[in-house]
Write a protein that binds this ligand. Structure first.
Ligand code: BES
Ligand code: MN
Ligand code: ZN
Length: 481
């Protein structure tokens, strides 16, 4: 899909040939002398159109425009959320119509966040997964023209959004793939593919190297599966070597059966999405290669399956993590923290300015925050505030949860330095407290995306979150350094 931004007012837009034209009509709309804007003004006057987001008025081949179909869409004050509501409704109303070229026009001056939301909403609304269909019916939209009279003011936001969309779509693709089409080895291949992009490089470690590093915790999760584990190291070098990198760590469990502590059958298929953290890291690297900020970023992906077999790790087993801490695995379904803790130890070698892990870690986080906001935990208030702000700016929201030491009480055991689970209460927080034990040497944050990485039910599918949040955060760092 190709995005373009043009400095066009409604006069210019009306002569654009396209299959569909969506005009975002905000409160600030003032009719000019052209036919299209006079038509809009009339529709508002006669109460056939409101500027309330979600309100639509559909037209077919109106003489006022060269478009086959025109949808006038109320967009309130034109900020991100309102533009998203407007475009989601407008594009839904066009469902079933084969559209190759769509024009999205801001009838009044466009806001930066509005333009970003426009690009992301069109991408979201037209995305279709096809990889494992025998007769793929992909997205029909090939060209998206965004038109705003003040295009020059919003061009930077537009470019940023286009870069993010590329990353979001890569994340969706990998998260959506079923586990037999997204094994640890295939994820590693995808990462190596990214290394063909400018400034990106990739190294992949297998079972031998990981064993040499002493990642006993990660290996314990992988040992129940026939699929060999992979530890993926991605680098984006956009600044001098002397500049400390930000490290992103993505949970890459390609299927989480729960292991011997097996999960119930209903919805177990959704545990193919348990590598959404890893997929988001791949997506971020794609976006970085496109946007080329002057920063250094490292991506770490510990990837394996969590299965049951005669070799699988058992409840009560004690393993030794890479930093020497012993862990009693009381529940084999709390495997995410077991693969992440060794990756966090590995992150130390980069002397990072910050480490952010991204994981579909706990059902408890989904219960706490639902599908709207990801859970955010941070050992540093500055880092926590920066990630929270990036979430607001990108509309890829998160919410900070506490890390009081009292929450770690339940992780105590007489058989190892730490247990991998505490009680049911505060499950998202106790998981974060476990991780924090391995993140003492750098500012650290943890995003629990269990509720936000995918949608269940009829619209089942990956969301590509939190690529938008992460890219926004990283770009902000590049302007500060
Ligand atoms: N991948 C799951 C978390 C999850 C569950 C995400 C459902 C989204 C939907 C994770 O590995 C897990 O199984 N966590 C357990 C932890 C528990 C055993 C302490 C959970 O949340 O039940
Ligand atoms: Mn699990
Ligand atoms: Zn899991």
């Amino acid at each position: 899909m190709n995005f373009e931004l043009k400095p066009l007012s409604l006069v210019g837009v009306s002569s654009e040939k396209c299959d569909a034209l969506v005009v975002l009509v905000t409160d600030a709309f003032k009719a000019g002398k052209d036919d299209l804007s006079l038509l809009i003004a009339q529709a508002i006057r006669e109460k056939d159109l409101e500027t309330k987001p979600g309100k639509l008025l559909a037209l077919y081949r109106p003489v006022q425009a060269h478009a086959q179909r025109v949808v006038l869409a109320g967009a309130g004050e034109g900020h991100a959320k309102q533009v998203r509501t407007a475009l989601t409704a407008a594009l839904a109303s066009l469902k079933g119509v084969s559209i190759k070229k769509v024009v999205v026009s801001f009838a009044a001056a466009a806001r930066e966040d509005g333009v970003r939301a426009a690009v992301q909403s069109v991408a979201d609304a037209t995305y279709t997964y096809t990889t494992t269909k025998s007769k793929p019916e992909g997205r029909t939209v090939q060209k998206v023209l965004v038109a705003a009279a003040n295009a020059s003011e919003v061009r930077a936001s537009f470019e940023r959004a286009v870069g993010i969309v590329g990353g979001v779509e890569l994340a969706k693709e990998w998260a959506n793939r079923p586990a037999n089409h997204a094994t640890p080895s295939l994820i590693a291949k995808a990462a190596q593919e990214l290394a063909k992009l400018p400034k990106v490089s990739c190294t992949v470690l297998g079972p031998k190297e990981v064993s040499k590093l002493g990642m006993g915790s990660f290996m314990a999760v992988a040992q129940g599966s026939e699929e060999p584990l992979r530890f993926i190291v991605l680098r984006y070098d956009g600044a001098a070597k002397s500049q400390a990198p930000t490290v992103l760590v993505g949970k890459g469990i390609t299927f989480d059966s729960g292991g011997i502590s097996i999960k119930p059958a209903p919805e177990m298929d959704e545990m193919k999405f348990d590598m959404s953290g890893a997929a988001s890291v791949l997506g971020v690297f794609k976006a970085l290669a496109h946007l080329k900020p002057g920063i250094n970023v490292v991506g770490l992906i510990p990837s394996c399956e969590n299965l049951l077999s005669g070799r699988a790790v058992k409840p009560g087993d004690v393993v030794t993590s890479m930093n020497g801490q012993t862990i009693e695995i009381l529940n084999t379904d709390a495997e995410g923290r077991l693969v992440l803790c060794d990756a966090l130890t590995y992150a130390e070698r980069f002397k990072p300015r910050a480490v952010v892990d991204i994981a579909t870690l706990t059902g408890a986080c989904m219960v706490a925050l639902g599908g709207v906001r990801s859970g955010l935990f941070a050992s540093s208030d500055d880092l926590g505030a920066a990630l929270f702000a990036a979430g607001e700016a990108s509309q890829d929201l998160c919410w900070r949860l506490p890390l009081d030491d009292d929450y770690a009480e339940g992780l105590k055991t007489g058989f190892a330095d730490v247990a991998n689970v505490a009680g049911r209460a505060g499950g998202a927080i106790t998981a974060a407290k476990f991780l924090q034990r391995f993140a003492g040497k750098f500012p650290w944050a943890h995003l629990d995306i269990a509720g936000t990485a995918w949608k269940s039910g009829a619209a089942k599918g990956a969301t590509g979150r939190p690529v938008g949040l992460l890219v926004e955060y990283l770009l902000t760092q590049s302007t500060h350094s």
